[in-house]
Write a protein that binds this ligand. Structure first.
Ligand SMILES: C=C1C[C@]23C[C@H]1CC[C@H]2[C@]1(C)CCC[C@@](C)(C(=O)O)[C@H]1[C@@H]3C(=O)O
Ligand SMILES: O=C(O)CCC(=O)C(=O)O
Ligand SMILES: [Fe+2]
Length: 380
C-alpha cells in the first residue's frame, strides 16, 4: 500500500474514487524541497531509501547496457519492417525497453522542450507553486511529492500536463504563470502531438512483432480521448546521492513511455538482475514497456524495471511521455494472444481504474500488476 495518497479527483474518476475507496488524507509535509537543500551536506531522513544504501549505489561500479535500437525509417520500408519488428519484440519480451531512432521528431523541437522545461524549473519556488499539483489532482508542479508520501521521497521536481482529451497545458502555464509562458505552452503542446504520433507508430511495430497485424495494438490507442501524460522531471544536485533516488525502482503503470534524457546520465534499467546505466543518446527516445501494455499483451511483453539516480555535480532533466489508451477503453488482449498454453493473466480493466489504483490506493513500485490484480479480486 502507499504510504499515503491523495484521492484522485479527475472528473472521470472522482465517482469511481468515491465508490471504491476511502481516500487517504495527505500527510503533513516532512521536508520542504527548497534550493537550500541542494547544497546541504546531509539530506533529510524522509529522502533516504534503504535499498539505495543496501545496494551501495554510491560506490557501485557503473556498468552500461547495450541498448537494442529500433529504426522507424527501416520499419517504414516493406523489405525491413519484419526485421525491425522482431528487434522490438525481442527487447520487449526480455527487459521491456529499447531505443527508437529516425522517429521523425524535429531535433529543434526536442531542444526547445528541454529549454522551456529548464526555464520552468529555474523559476522561483513560489512562482512554480502557482501551477502546483493540488491535493487530489495529478497534474501540475510537484516537488518531491511531499504531502503525498511521507518517506522514501524522490529527489526531484516534476511538472505533469495532460495534452488530451482536453488539454490543461495553457491552464497550467499561461493562466497560472502568465502570458510570458505562452511559448512554453505551445512547445509542450506540439511536442505532445509528436509523441502521440510516434507512440502510435511504435504500437504498429510492437503489434507486428507479436505476429499480428499492424493495427492489433494500435487500435486501443487511436480514439481521440486518449489520456496520455507529459511529465517533465528535474533532478537537482544532491550532496548525498548514494542515499536517495531521483525516481525509485519501478515499472511505469502506463502503456508505453517515450523518454528523452538530457546529456547527464542517471537512468538505469534492471537487466537480468543487474542495474545497468542507459547512456543518454540525444537522437533517440528510450521506449519503456509499461504495465498496461504488459497486461494488454497477456504478459508477452514485460514492463521495464527502471530507476533514476541523482548526482552531486549537476542537475538532470528528462521528459517522459506516458502514452495511454483512452480512460474507458477496455483492456482485453487480442484473442490471438490467449490460448491453452497462454491463459489470461489478468481480467479486463480500464486505464481509468488502474490510474485510480496508482494514485489513490497503491504507490507505484516494481509489483504494480500483482497488487492491482489482488485489489481487483478483493473488489469483486
Ligand atoms: C500514472 C503515473 C504514476 C507515475 C506517473 C505516471 C507514470 C509513472 C508513475 C511513477 C513515475 C512511477 C514511480 C513512482 C511515482 C510516484 C513517481 O516517482 O513519480 C509515479 C508517478 C505518480 O504516481 O505520480
Ligand atoms: O528520469 C528518468 O530517466 C526516468 C524517469 C521515470 O522513470 C519516470 O518518470 O517514470
Ligand atoms: Fe518510469
Amino acid at each position: 500500500m502507499a504510504d499515503s495518497a491523495h484521492s484522485f479527483n479527475s472528473s472521470i474518476l472522482s465517482m469511481e474514487a468515491a465508490a471504491l475507496s476511502t481516500p487517504h488524507p495527505p500527510t503533513s509535509a516532512t521536508a520542504v524541497f527548497e534550493p537550500s537543500l541542494f547544497s546541504a551536506s546531509s539530506i533529510p531522513a524522509a529522502f533516504v531509501w534503504s535499498d539505495a544504501i543496501q545496494q551501495n549505489i554510491a560506490t557501485h561500479q557503473e556498468q552500461f547496457i547495450e541498448v537494442p535500437t529500433v529504426d522507424l525509417a527501416l520499419f517504414r520500408e516493406p523489405s525491413s519492417s519484419q526485421r525491425v519488428a522482431k528487434i522490438a519484440a525481442d527487447a520487449s519480451a526480455e527487459t521491456g525497453f529499447f531505443h527508437v531512432v529516425n522517429h521523425g521528431v524535429d531535433q529543434t523541437l526536442i531542444e526547445k522542450v528541454h529549454g522551456h522545461s529548464q526555464k520552468f524549473f529555474e523559476l522561483d519556488l513560489s512562482t512554480k507553486q502557482k501551477a502546483c499539483r493540488l491535493p487530489g489532482e495529478s497534474f501540475g508542479y510537484a516537488s518531491s511529492f511531499t504531502g503525498r508520501f511521507s518517506s522514501r521521497l524522490p529527489w526531484k521536481e516534476t511538472m505533469s500536463v495532460q495534452p488530451s482529451p482536453v488539454s490543461n497545458i495553457p491552464l497550467l502555464l499561461e493562466k497560472a504563470l502568465g502570458d510570458e509562458h505562452k511559448e512554453s505552452s505551445e512547445v509542450f503542446t506540439e511536442y505532445s502531438r509528436e509523441m502521440m504520433r510516434v507512440g502510435l507508430e511504435v504500437m504498429e511495430v510492437l503489434g507486428m512483432g507479436l505476429g499480428l497485424d499492424r493495427r492489433s495494438l494500435r487500435r486501443y490507442f487511436e480514439q481521440p480521448d486518449n489520456s496520455s501524460i507529459l511529465r517533465l522531471n528535474y533532478y537537482p544536485p544532491c550532496q548525498q546521492p548514494g542515499l536517495t533516488f531521483g525516481t525509485g525502482p519501478h515499472t511505469d503503470p502506463t502503456a508505453l513511455t517515450l523518454l528523452h534524457q538530457d546529456n547527464v546520465s542517471g537512468l538505469q534499467v534492471l537487466h537480468k538482475g543487474t542495474w545497468l546505466t542507459v547512456s543518454p543518446r540525444y537522437d533517440a527516445f528510450v521506449v519503456n514497456i509499461g504495465d498496461t501494455l504488459m497486461a494488454l499483451t497477456n504478459h508477452r511483453y514485460k514492463s521495464c524495471i527502471h530507476r533514476a539516480l541523482v548526482n552531486n555535480r549537476q542537475p538532470r532533466l528528462s521528459m517522459a511521455f506516458f502514452f495511454n489508451p483512452g480512460f474507458d477503453t477496455t483492456l482485453s488482449p487480442p484473442e490471438q494472444l490467449v490460448d491453452e498454453a497462454n491463459p489470461r493473466v489478468l481480467p479486463d480493466f480500464t486505464w481509468a481504474k488502474f490510474l485510480f489504483f496508482t494514485q489513490s490506493v497503491h504507490r507505484s513500485g516494481v509489483n504494480n500488476l500483482n497488487s492491482f490484480n489482488s485489489w481487483l479480486a478483493a473488489q469483486s
